[in-house]
Design a protein around this ligand. Structure first.
Ligand code: HAM
Length: 427
């Protein structure tokens, strides 16, 4: 069979030229919103030691149990394509001695992540995240800052109808008691749980709260709420978070938030604050992004005890929502000039002129060789070029070319073969 039968691996996409304006727009605005909050960019490797994720994200999470792209490399080390950005950023924080910098260290990242999931709308095996991490400050003000940052970006994109849910899942002091209460609650209602969770709620009862299947949703409705079981420190933190968010709502920086007792998130490193952003259209993959506090993580990874909080937002889901809401984005690159040439000598001269024009900042394509003038003009029009620069054999002898506007009828001028002159005439 011909090699054209190759397909991109299931759950991956090609980001084709026509989609690139969306991507440039979302990446660009994310970076500038993050920078406006004082966050600096960090890039970590595409793969890491497997143990970073099993220890960091949690052995019992769906991501680690079922979704990691792990393999032994030729040296026999177990390597994993990163399913998450938080563990790698915390690894870098420890390894690069960032605890010696002023705290908190504010970082953001953009890039591809990998999870072996069942592909469907908004769920892929290679997807992209914009994420931030604020490491080294336990105060609720930083939680509010991170929540506001993600919200500001989503709102600045022009998305409407977004909602924000928050919860506190407590910490190592109060969570064990709460988990015990949940186990007791579910054990009395085990028959009502979905088949996945019937026997399994004991080891991680929070998973039942996260389960989207109708039986678990129904049983979870009356489950004990973590916010009712918080210890004093967590309770103060939760109050302070809501007070700060209320201030932001009052200032118009957030449009509001909901407290959602069932919000627990699927990764094990979280404590205290967890939150999610949801789009207006809640079909299918409703969550567009989420995050929370992970105060124990850096110590679990071998660093000094250091609190942290962050979020990640899925770019594909943002793009789905932008398109569904018909939000327009700035267009892609415009071709300023297509160089049309008649004869080999004119072609050769055009190559030099095109280089000179590019150096002035113009976007220039030299029309394909071996075609007549009409065909080259059709090509220029099909590329949406603003101008055709036409050079024939006689023009070459006279040291001139014709600059023809493709956007305005009958608008053409004679220009000398000087890139600066042509650039000026094609402004
Ligand atoms: P997460 O909830 O696993 O959190 O992922 C965050 C977002 O990434 C999701 O809300 C979704 O938009 C997107 N996402 C996740 N998996 C897929 C997928 N298979 N296909 C398409 N999009 C996907 C984290 O990753 C945490 N590291 C967030 C965080 C940062 N917490 C603290 N700091």
């Amino acid at each position: 069979m011909a090699s054209s039968s190759f397909q991109a691996p299931r759950g991956t996409s090609d980001i084709l030229p026509e989609d690139q304006p969306y991507w440039s727009y979302v990446w660009g605005t994310a970076a500038s919103v993050a920078a406006s909050f004082g966050y600096e960019r960090i890039d970590t490797p595409i793969f890491e030691e497997t143990a970073l994720f099993s220890r960091g994200v949690g052995e019992e999470t769906e991501v680690v149990e079922k979704q990691m792209y792990s393999f032994d490399d030729l040296g026999g080390d177990s390597i994993t394509l990163k399913p998450d950005g938080t563990a790698p950023v915390c690894r870098a924080y420890i390894q690069r001695g960032m605890h010696n910098q002023p705290q908190p260290v504010r970082l953001f990242y953009q890039g591809p992540y990998f999870r072996y999931e069942r592909p469907q709308a908004g769920r892929f095996r290679q997807f992209h995240q914009f994420g931030v991490e604020a490491i080294g400050d336990a105060s609720a003000q930083v939680d509010a800052e991170v929540i506001e940052l993600g919200w500001s970006w989503l709102a600045s994109l022009g998305l409407t109808g977004l909602s924000l849910s928050i919860n506190s899942i407590g910490d190592g002091v109060c969570r064990p008691g709460h988990l015990a209460k949940l186990v007791e609650y579910f054990s009395e209602r085990e028959d009502g749980l979905c088949s996945d969770h019937k026997g399994r709620y004991r080891s991680n009862p929070l998973r039942v709260l996260d389960c989207k299947k109708a039986p678990c949703v129904s049983v979870s409705g009356g489950a004990p709420r973590s916010v009712d079981d918080l210890c004093d420190d967590c309770s103060d933190h939760w109050d302070e978070l809501r007070r700060t968010l209320d201030l932001l709502v009052g200032e118009g920086a957030l449009s509001g938030y909901e407290e959602n007792a069932r919000l627990v998130r699927g990764l094990d490193y979280y404590n205290r604050t967890v939150f999610e952003y949801e789009p207006a259209e809640r079909k299918g993959q409703s969550t567009i992004g989420g995050g929370g506090r992970y105060d124990p993580l850096i110590e679990i990874l071998g660093g000094p005890p250091t609190p942290g909080i962050g979020f990640a937002i899925g770019m594909e889901r943002v793009l789905l929502n932008l398109k569904a809401q018909g939000v327009s984005v700035p267009g892609g690159p415009v071709i300023d000039i297509v160089c049309v040439h008649i004869g080999d000598a004119a072609h050769d001269r055009m190559l030099a002129l095109a280089s000179g024009l590019r150096a002035t900042g113009r976007t220039v394509i030299v029309a394909p060789m071996g075609r007549g003038m009409r065909s080259q003009m059709r090509y220029a029009n099909s590329k949406g070029a603003r101008y055709a620069l036409i050079l024939g054999e006689r023009d070459l002898e006279n040291g001139v070319a014709t600059l023809r506007s493709l956007k305005t009828d009958d608008d053409q001028t004679e220009v000398s073969l000087d890139p600066a002159v042509i650039a000026e005439a094609s402004r």
